[in-house]
Design a protein around this ligand. Structure first.
Ligand SMILES: Nc1ncnc2c1ncn2[C@@H]1O[C@H](COP(=O)(O)OP(=O)(O)OP(=O)(O)O)[C@@H](O)[C@H]1O
Ligand SMILES: [Mg+2]
Length: 372
């Protein structure tokens, strides 16, 4: 296993800048997930680690060496793609063994490594089959086997599960996590699925496409553990990207005395966490972020500081274990959750919920950064 370090890494195609000022690292043995919307540069960044794309600026290191100019085959990396591209005419065994044979590894060592990988992946009964006689999940496991036998210092995955159906994806997600734990190989995993990111990553790097109106900003919006990103998102983008439904984000104002947040005609007491922020921002506009699990029914919750909010039920989504309620309040959408399926409102009905004031997040409306 090897650490990966990005120092001011940038990438441009001709005049078009794609990646700017990437500054962060993946620790040795860590499972790092890159997540972000389509086009934000996840695959490009992964391919720069693999050496399949050159970098235009900065330094990229793997282990102790700068690899800017190191050939892909000399980087000791194995990559698994969305399309697993198995050789259709070869058996599972030969598909897994192929990369070792072309490196002229002795037959006995090839047999040993393929045998170990097949055991780890539960492929032993399938070694003589051809890929067309395998399910999607089994094929993906063969692609994993091909990467494992190389015993690389880094695994790179680019959306390896997106061709699988939802159930199989959940299963393979935990298989890959367990495999990584067992092998402790440094891993970078690309996905645009934030649930995959939250459940698999030791840490997550949230990326965004470069913005024309922010010439200094990097693609990297925040890098941290799943719960760091969830509990203390550094900016509005991360706050809205991590978590479903999205965090509610409402225009508000800090009261002139700095003790409350004024939302519509409500006054929400400021939590201890934001007391100093509120003192500094007296009378200023803010964005108030509140997750849907902190908007509920008064008799179902035991929060310390709550304030009631009334609106019109726009949409009601019963999920079985809970109900997602979309309230329209002063033209703003506020999403809450409740447990009870009894007496649900119809669209258009007036409805009252409460907000957990202790769970508010405050952001600067101009910079969209978390106030702290
Ligand atoms: N060869 C190229 N020439 C010019 N632009 C490119 C090239 N390859 C990629 N891009 C651009 O770089 C940006 C980042 O692409 P990339 O494939 O890294 O995104 P991604 O985050 O992996 O997206 P997705 O989730 O859709 O796979 C995109 O705007 C893409 O159009
Ligand atoms: Mg991609």
């Amino acid at each position: 296993m090897a650490a990966i370090e990005f120092e001011r890494v940038s990438k441009r195609y001709g005049d078009v800048e794609i990646i700017r000022n990437l500054n962060f690292g993946v620790k040795a043995g860590e499972f790092m997930v890159f997540v972000g919307p389509s086009g934000c540069g996840k695959s490009t960044t992964l391919r720069m680690i693999a050496g399949l794309e050159t970098i235009t600026g900065g330094n990229l290191s793997i282990g102790d060496r700068v690899v800017n100019d190191v050939h892909p085959k000399d980087r000791d990396i194995a990559m698994v793609f969305q399309s697993y591209a198995l050789y259709p005419h070869m058996t599972v065994y030969d598909n897994i063994a192929f990369g070792l044979k072309i490196r002229k590894m002795p037959d006995a060592e090839v047999r040993k490594r393929v045998g170990e990988a097949a055991a780890i992946l539960g492929l032993e009964p399938l070694l003589e089959r051809k890929p067309k006689a395998l399910s999607g999940g089994q094929r993906q496991r063969v692609a994993l086997g091909r990467a494992i036998v190389r015993n690389p210092s880094v695994f790179l995955f680019d959306e390896p599960l997106s061709n699988l159906d939802a159930e199989l994806r959940v299963q393979m997600r935990s298989e890959i996590s367990q495999l990584q734990r067992r092998l402790s190989t440094t891993t970078v995993y690309v996905t645009h699925d934030q649930i995959e990111a939250m459940t698999m990553g030791h840490r997550i790097a949230v990326m965004r496409p470069l913005q024309a109106d922010q010439p200094e900003a990097s693609n990297l919006m925040q890098c941290g553990t799943p719960m760091e990103l969830y509990d203390t998102p550094a900016n509005v983008f991360v706050a809205r990207f991590i978590g479903t439904p999205r965090m509610n984000m409402l225009p508000a104002r800090i009261a002139d005395d700095g003790s409350t947040v004024q939302l519509f005609d409500l006054n929400l007491p400021v939590s201890a966490q934001f007391a100093e922020v509120a003192r500094n921002q007296r009378g200023r506009p803010v964005l108030l972020g509140i997750r849907s699990e902190h908007v509920g029914l008064a008799h179902e919750v035991d929060w310390n500081g709550t304030v009631a909010i009334e609106g019109t039920a726009e949409m009601v989504e019963p999920l079985g274990h809970e109900v997602i309620v979309h309230l329209m309040v002063n033209g703003e959408n506020l999403i809450g959750r409740q447990r009870s399926h009894a007496g649900l409102p119809q669209p258009g009905d007036p409805y009252r919920m409460v907000i957990n004031c202790e769970a508010m997040h405050l952001f600067d409306p101009a910079t969209e950064l978390r106030l702290q």
